[in-house]
Write a protein that binds this ligand. Structure first.
Ligand code: BG6
Ligand code: MG
Length: 224
């Protein structure tokens, strides 16, 4: 039986994935590294420090900065990112998200959040949707970034559901891997997520009907 739906935040609930990219691109430029949107796909779902390490490696500069300098770069990125979050309002939910959250709630299915962003609580507040979630996994307690399943397992534990009773929703390849590794059913939103059990083009397609149809079809397949 379907008991919970667990959402990623950045790029699923709201369009902050692009704001992460703009902040990283500015910091990377300052140290002489160019990153583009296609490279940014590799940063989605990856923690702040791991993202910085990937960018430095991409620019051949992984040995150039000591620990303190790396912390300073990560902090500069976060300052830029947090400044850009000032643009978020209650209107900044991606299309269809408010409706699907309401429909899941009405069906008495639990709702969780599995974001590795330390800014997640502030973002939910800016969007005015903290109350929509029964449990938000605490990113500060997570030791392994996606694609490790840790954060999805933490969300299942907090919601008191078995991973096999839950669907996870992601916009990142690493996130889809994390959901699959947790033993949940995965929904991928956006291109290039062919490891997802269900692939959607946009959050517009993420309706309660689409989620229950997906759940029913997979349950039939497993029974056969
Ligand atoms: C994830 C994003 O949700 O959070 C990543 O997809 C980001 O791009 C990560 O690096 C950590 O976010 P923050 O806000 O803690 O720097
Ligand atoms: Mg995401």
């Amino acid at each position: 039986m379907l008991k919970a739906i667990i959402f990623d935040l950045d790029g699923v609930i709201t369009d902050t994935a692009h704001l992460h990219f703009l902040a990283w691109r500015a910091v990377a430029q300052e140290v002489g590294i160019t990153i583009d949107e296609s490279f940014n796909e590799e940063l989605k779902g990856i923690s702040r420090m791991d993202s910085l390490l990937r960018i430095l490696r991409h620019g051949g500069k992984e040995q150039t900065f000591d620990h303190q300098q790396r912390l300073a770069l990560a902090s500069k990125k976060n300052d830029l990112y947090v400044q850009s979050l000032a643009s978020l309002t209650h209107e900044s939910l991606l299309p269809g998200i408010r409706e699907v959250l309401e429909d899941i709630r009405a069906a008495d299915v639990r709702i969780g959040l599995a974001s590795v962003s330390l800014n997640a609580p502030g973002i939910l507040h800016a969007l005015g949707i903290e109350q929509a979630f029964d449990f938000c996994a605490d990113a500060s307690r997570i030791t392994c970034s996606k694609p490790h399943p840790e954060i999805f397992l933490a969300a299942c534990a907090g919601l008191k559901v078995h991973p096999k009773e839950a669907i996870g929703i992601e916009d990142a390849a690493a996130g889809v891997e994390a959901i699959n590794a947790a033993g949940m059913l995965s929904v991928g939103i956006g291109p290039g997520l062919d490891r997802a059990g269900l692939q959607l083009h946009s959050t517009r397609e993420l309706t309660w009907k689409c989620l229950t149809d997906f759940w029913a079809s997979r349950t039939v397949l497993i029974r056969n």
